[in-house]
Write a protein that binds this ligand. Structure first.
Ligand SMILES: Nc1nc2c(c(=O)[nH]1)N[C@H]1C(S)=C(S)[C@@H](COP(=O)(O)OP(=O)(O)OC[C@H]3O[C@@H](n4cnc5c(N)ncnc54)[C@H](O)[C@@H]3O)O[C@H]1N2
Ligand code: MOO
Length: 416
């Protein structure tokens, strides 16, 4: 009897243990360079937002009590004592019977407690004695009308962005608004990506019969880079233990090595052959495991010269699924993020079959009526070109052998 397959959750937990003891270095970057990076520590506001009470409208700052009776038929006239554009540093006092002309974003002057939009006023035709200019208010403002209060949004010392957040332009603008010009982010983990297989040629190279382009190292490098890593794509290494050993030795300073190919039962499965050999302490450097998932059953993980390594199966769709299910959580952990990105639930728009006892991860397209497999041949793990059509991965639990239209599945986002 073959050994039972290890559950996906148990295997991912084993791989995540490779992040234990990882020392996360940080670096400081400008706000312009921060999108895509991961925030190293909770960011606390240095400034309130807004920093001061200010006007939400172009109009007049008034004392509400003065204009409670204001109507179109019975306007209330006020003396204009100041003109406050946005950016004004003046603090004129608005007394009884007075108003200040105010623009959106300008500080509310002391004494005023409401703003009347310019549309509810009449000006320009009422000049009193001397230079005094008056405004007629034709509608009574509600309490605090059009006043944006200091710290409406955040107060100084509030946590604005939590550690582990993958920064976007929304985060960097929030950071700017609370007083920051730079941010401390987690140093990108250095990831070495290599493919194994005698059949592989670099993309674009001419192919003899039996040869194929190395698409996996491009896939893994792109995924790891987009996930926040600094990637060195080694490319394809021949099915030769000495060549593989040399490539692994060169990756000794990396934070993570990811390989594809050579981990199943073949006669030339060089990764498995080289790395199942016991290390100096007698324990195998890398553990090879059959995981209850489809695709991506044969997996390996461990350390080489102390550097974490994850060895993925060679089939391209298996590589993609394995990255999302196994490598992404590890990279997230190395970056100080929660290992698992949020998922959502979605209905299947069509039916398909799933193998008994293996969790299926199906590349899907998302339509208005639910998800359907993206690749024409369903879950075929060699369908690399149509993998480009995928928009998400649908997860079919191990005990389900048939998905029916309308069944609700977990959906893992991709391209994050
Ligand atoms: N007797 C058995 N055979 C296989 C088993 C098994 O359990 N018993 N498992 C199958 C499964 S499932 C998978 S997945 C593959 C994994 O095989 P390997 O990890 O050893 O990968 P390779 O044999 O090197 O390649 C598999 C397949 O993928 C193509 N490939 C490999 N590298 C690349 C690359 N960089 N770019 C594009 N395509 C690549 C390769 O040409 C093969 O077609 O094993 C099954 N067999
Ligand atoms: O497990 Mo393999 O990855 O099904 O194709």
């Amino acid at each position: 009897m073959p050994a039972p397959l290890l559950s996906v959750a148990d295997y991912v937990a084993q791989v995540l243990a490779l992040a234990d003891g990882h020392e996360r270095a940080t670096e400081t970057v400008t706000l312009d360079d921060a999108p895509g990076r991961v925030l190293a520590a909770d960011l606390r506001a240095r400034l309130a937002v807004p920093p001061f009470d200010n006007s939400a409208m172009d109009g007049f700052a008034v004392r509400r009590a003065d204009v409670l009776t204001a109507r179109a038929q019975s306007p209330v006239a006020l003396e204009i004592v100041a003109d406050l554009p946005a950016g004004s540093t003046d603090r004129p006092h608005v007394g009884p019977g007075q108003a200040a002309r105010i623009m959106t974003g300008a500080p509310l002057p002391p004494g005023a407690d409401a703003v009347v939009p310019v549309e509810q006023t009449v000006t320009g035709t009422f000049t009193g004695g001397g230079d005094t200019v008056r405004v007629e208010i034709v509608a009574a403002p509600s309490e605090g009308a059009h006043v944006r209060h200091a710290a409406d949004d955040v107060s100084p010392d509030d946590v604005v962005i939590t550690a582990g957040t993958r920064l976007t332009a929304r985060h960097t603008s929030a950071a700017a608004s609370v007083g920051y010009a730079t941010l401390d982010v987690v140093r990108r983990p250095r990831v070495h990506v290599l493919s194994t297989g005698a059949e592989l040629r670099a993309p674009g190279e001419p192919l003899a019969h039996g040869q194929i382009p190395d698409s996996n190292s491009t896939l893994l490098a792109g995924l790891a880079r987009a996930a926040g890593a600094e990637v060195h794509r080694v490319g394809a290494v021949a099915d030769d233990p000495a060549a593989l050993r040399a490539a692994l030795d060169a990756a000794a300073h990396a934070d993570l090595i990811v390989t594809s190919g050579g981990v199943s039962a073949g006669a030339h499965d060089v990764v498995k052959e080289l790395l199942s050999a016991p290390g100096p302490d007698g324990a195998p450097a890398v553990t090879f495991t059959k995981v209850a998932m489809q695709p991506g059953k044969p997996q390996g993980h461990g350390r080489v010269h102390g550097t974490p390594i994850v060895t993925l199966p060679g089939n391209p769709v298996s590589v993609f699924v394995s990255f999302e299910v196994v490598v992404r959580p590890l990279l997230r952990a190395l970056l100080g993020q929660t290992p698992h990105a949020p998922t959502r639930r979605v209905a299947a728009a069509t039916g398909w079959r799933s193998p008994a006892g293996r969790t299926q991860h199906v590349p899907v397209v998302v339509t208005d009526d639910g998800v359907r497999p993206a690749t024409a041949g369903g879950s075929g793990s060699h369908l690399v070109a149509s993998l480009a059509l995928a928009e998400a991965l649908a997860v079919v639990p191990a005990d389900v052998v048939e998905v029916r239209p309308g069944d609700v599945l977990t959906l893992m986002e991709i391209d994050r």
